[in-house]
Design a protein around this ligand. Structure first.
Ligand code: NAP
Length: 276
């Protein structure tokens, strides 16, 4: 039997509608400062979607477009100003930055209470310790999808393929926080397929097109595909969707699965930041 296809677009829309209602009830609209350095076309498209959805949810769009040759010191001062500005609830520094800039140092400068991407070391520490804080958007979106489809996390065996700071590690921690038993696979894992076959919930975030095939999936498992790749035949993920959907119980498509959740979670973090 073919798997339930998890509709990330629909879940993201529901989250955005809920957030718009929450924003309307706040005394002041939250303000999201997106910071775009230079003219990288892909980054410009991402930032423009974030700004549009932020405005549609009733938040203030406090965008800053900065020249690609801006110095480290000048950008640091701009981040300091955004940290100090009470109208700015959330700060998003669009990555990657031009090569002459030290992105890690600049991200570290963002006030953790305004770190709506959840990427500062303090946000990572708060997550690791299970305390309140802003969580990275893509892995939080995965949890939101699992909840929307009432897929039990507690007690499930979750396997996360990938251990990046952006996706894999925070994903594993979020699943652990929800009482899953978590295995993390990476490029040195001896037998990734064998690990994956033990998963009730399999999250693929390795950045390798169609890495996860049908033989790596336990019948009935939930398969969440974080990967996104442009190929000659269109977009695909880290999962071989057509083959795996015949084995899995539920599966996210690419596009239209995890992708739409990322911006929805950014908006959620901005509302959370406004409340703290
Ligand atoms: P990344 O930084 O390149 O990390 C990839 C991870 O996968 C690394 O931990 C790596 O292991 C592991 N890996 C590589 N080859 C592997 C293999 N053969 N078997 C098992 N693990 C392997 O990538 P990322 O930033 O986490 O992103 C992962 C994917 O998600 C990419 O396709 C990216 O485009 C996509 N993405 C999508 C969204 C979205 O909104 N949908 C957001 C972010 C990322 P090592 O640590 O050992 O090198």
């Amino acid at each position: 039997m073919s798997a339930t296809v998890i509709d990330g677009k629909a879940v993201a829309r529901t989250v955005r509608e809920r957030l718009a209602r929450e924003v309307a009830e706040l005394p002041e609209p939250p303000g999201l400062a997106t910071v775009l350095v230079g003219d990288d076309p892909a980054s410009a498209i991402y930032v423009s979607s974030k700004r549009k959805q932020c405005a549609q949810a009733g938040m203030r769009d406090l965008h800053q477009h900065l020249p690609g040759d801006i110095s480290q010191a000048k950008l640091a001062v701009i981040i300091d100003h955004l940290n100090a500005d009470p109208a700015v609830t959330g700060i998003l520094l669009q990555l990657p930055l031009p090569e002459h800039l030290d992105a890690a140092e600049l991200v570290a400068r963002i006030d953790p209470d305004k770190d709506v991407d959840g990427l500062t070391t303090i946000s990572a520490g708060r997550l690791a310790q299970g305390g309140p804080g802003l969580r990275p958007c893509t892995p939080s979106g995965v949890i939101e999808l699992l909840d929307a489809y009432e897929i039990p996390i507690e007690g499930a065996h979750a396997v996360v393929v990938g251990r990046s700071e952006l996706v894999g590690k925070p994903q594993a921690q979020l699943l652990l926080q929800r009482n899953a038993t978590v295995t993390i696979c990476h490029s040195r894992t001896r037998d990734v397929d064998a690990e994956c076959r033990r998963a009730d919930i399999l999250v693929a975030a390795a950045g390798i097109p169609r890495l996860v095939g049908a033989s790596a999936v336990k019948p009935g498992a939930t398969v969440i595909d974080v990967g996104i790749h442009r190929t000659d035949s269109g977009l695909c993920g880290d999962v071989d969707f057509d083959a795996v959907r015949e084995v899995a119980g539920a599966i996210t498509p690419v596009p239209g699965g995890v992708g739409p959740m990322t911006i929805a979670m950014l908006l959620k973090n901005t509302v959370t930041a406004a409340r703290t």
